[in-house]
Design a protein around this ligand. Structure first.
Ligand SMILES: [Cu+2]
Length: 172
């Protein structure tokens, strides 16, 4: 585990008695090192959940692009960027994926990037590992394992811009 694990994530994890950082796992795909992919716990039938990754390091000489993810029981995750403006949070789809430069790295933290999943068909239970994939431009679909965590650090998002007439009575 690299030191680049965010202090916030670590503190939150410890505060709610989660697995210690010692249990963080790493997966390798091609030139990529994928550090601790995880997904938020969710009951079967829950409307949504999200997944994040502590870090993906690219040890290769070519850029790679992270495009998507799948998780057993949660289906296909869409990559979103979380945006903060004037203390309000919203999110927008990352249309063309997230580039990982040669010898560079990216982090997907709940406050920056999330894979968002829709309806949960099979319970995601805390402290278990679930099968999934990450989808890259060059490596295509890579099978990995996500750890299920009881994360609560994702910012609360506002569904609509706070301008003029607000009629956003529908959830996100
Ligand atoms: Cu892990």
């Amino acid at each position: 585990m690299k030191v680049s694990i965010s202090a916030i994530t670590l503190t939150a994890a410890l505060a709610i008695g989660l697995a210690s950082p010692g249990s963080a796992h790493q997966e390798v795909a091609g030139n990529l090192k994928i550090g601790h992919p995880w997904i938020r716990e969710a009951a079967a039938g829950a409307p949504s959940t999200y997944a994040c990754i502590i870090e993906i390091e690219n040890d290769g000489d070519e850029p790679e692009t992270l495009l998507g993810a799948t998780v057993d029981g949660a289906g296909t995750g869409v990559l979103y960027q979380i945006i903060e403006k004037d203390g309000k949070f919203s999110s927008t789809i990352v249309e063309h994926g997230l580039v990982i430069k040669p010898h560079g790295s990216i982090e997907l933290a709940p406050t920056t990037y999330q894979f968002k999943f829709g309806k949960i068909t099979k319970a995601l239970n805390e402290d278990t590992m679930v099968n999934g994939t990450l989808v890259f431009e060059k490596l295509h679909s890579v099978p990995i394992h996500f750890m299920v965590e009881a994360d609560d650090t994702a910012p609360k998002e506002d569904a609509a811009p706070a301008q003029g007439a607000m009629h956003s009575d529908h959830p996100m």
